[in-house]
Design a protein around this ligand. Structure first.
Ligand code: T46
Length: 137
């Protein structure tokens, strides 16, 4: 996890089915993403503030802006990469060991997160210097 870089983040196309009634997108365990989903949560009614500002030691995630748009800035301590999540069929796969900042939530944005682990406050690194030390930088 300590070796992951921003280049290990991947935007994937989420399966979608459409007909005259609109769209349906699906993420299924064992089929669409490289981890089992143990938890889901979502961010919404976010005012003009930044969220995130932490890294996870073990947690893997898939982030989907199911409505509106959100900028996700990934950081491996050496390099940053920005992902504009603005389509409900795009998912950002985030491996463990990377810092993330969530910025520029549009009005009405909903950011859905599918997570590989249950909630564990011990998995968070919330201090950037500590993160750099963790990455051996
Ligand atoms: C992440 C980004 C995208 C819980 O009690 N259980 C949970 O499963 C989660 C995710 C949060 N919480 C509590 C802990 C805090 O008191 O909810 C409060 C807000 O959490 P946090 O400040 O971590 O929120 P964000 O938006 O900065 O980060 C969250 C996730 O925590 C994080 O894993 O990657 O969304």
């Amino acid at each position: 996890m300590k070796e992951t870089t921003v280049h290990d983040c991947k935007v994937i196309d989420i399966r979608r089915y459409t007909d005259t009634r609109g769209y349906l997108s699906v993420v299924e365990n064992g089929l669409d993403i490289p981890f089992d989903i143990k938890r889901i949560y979502y961010l919404y009614m976010v005012p003009e503030v930044a969220r995130g500002a932490h890294a996870h030691k073990e947690l893997q995630q898939l982030l989907i802006a199911t409505s509106g748009s959100v900028e996700v800035i990934m950081d491996d301590g050496k390099e940053k990469k920005s992902f504009m999540m603005d389509r409900p069929w795009k998912g950002l796969l985030i491996p463990a060991g990377l810092w993330r900042d969530l910025e520029n939530f549009s009005g009405g944005a909903v950011l859905l997160c599918l997570a590989s682990e249950k909630y564990d406050p011990e998995d968070y690194i919330r201090d950037y210097n500590e993160f750099k030390t963790y990455k051996g930088i």
